[in-house]
Design a protein around this ligand. Structure first.
Ligand code: ASP
Length: 232
């Protein structure tokens, strides 16, 4: 929030602020659910999902991308430099490398050691945050999503994650999917999500929340309706 607020105070765009904001946990090796240091999939590969959206319905996204720390910034380049919205896997990596991003090892010693421990049982049970699956009561997921409004009254949003720990290789969650993990509609509002991505994709959660707000619901009421729909 500090990194994002700093830019907003300088009069910068919301989209700049949210990108700067989520880059902080992306670079933090102690944060094991986002970017560098994120927990790997069950094959030991750190694969990142991220997206970004601005006030003009412009958006960019990468899914299942390896070896690049700042997935959100690659998503932004997809938005700004290509006619596409989403790049996945090797294609996303190829695009990142062609646009000046540096390849690096994202699996830290800590996340690798925990993964090797997990391999002993290889039990994969994605559950709600209150019912942790990892030894020691640790969460197996916790995406960062950030929304902002700038001095001009425009909105922007970003979402980035390493996804569910020990997921199947190739699994993509809600986080890089526009409408599921993030949606920004400058006329109405914005939403982003964290939690079990499969559940959010099923109801296209962030878009649903924005549409409910368009119909007059307050943000909290809109979120409650979306969660109730998942529960039903
Ligand atoms: N939503 C993310 C996913 O399913 C996980 C999370 O929120 O932590 O990949």
């Amino acid at each position: 929030n500090e990194a994002a607020w700093h830019l907003l105070q300088q009069g910068r765009r919301a989209v700049d602020a949210v990108e700067a904001g989520v880059r902080v946990p992306e670079a933090d090796p102690e944060n094991q659910t986002v970017g560098y240091g994120g927990r790997p999939d069950r094959d030991g590969r750190v694969t990142l999902d991220a997206c970004i959206m601005d006030e003009h319905y412009r958006c960019g996204s990468v899914a299942g991308m390896e070896h690049i720390m700042h997935a959100v910034s690659v998503a932004r380049q997809v938005m700004e430099k290509t006619p596409h919205v989403m790049l996945v896997g090797d294609g996303a990596l190829q695009f990142a490398l062609a646009n000046g991003f540096t390849k690096q090892r994202l699996l830290t010693a800590k996340s690798e050691a925990e993964w090797k421990e997990w391999l002993k049982t290889s039990e994969y049970k994605p559950q709600r945050n209150v019912e942790n699956m990892l030894p020691g009561g640790k969460h197996n997921h916790d995406t960062i999503g950030m929304l902002a409004m700038d001095a001009a009254g425009n909105m922007g949003g970003a979402c980035t994650t390493s996804g569910m720990a020990y997921k199947l290789h190739g699994r993509v969650g809600d986080s890089p999917i526009i409408g599921a993990g993030l949606y920004v509609d400058n006329e109405v509002g914005a939403a982003t999500s964290s939690g079990v991505g499969e559940e959010v994709i099923r109801i296209v959660g962030s878009h649903l929340v924005v549409e409910l707000m368009r119909m007059g619901l307050k943000p909290e009421e809109a979120c409650r309706k979306a969660v109730e729909r998942i529960a039903r």
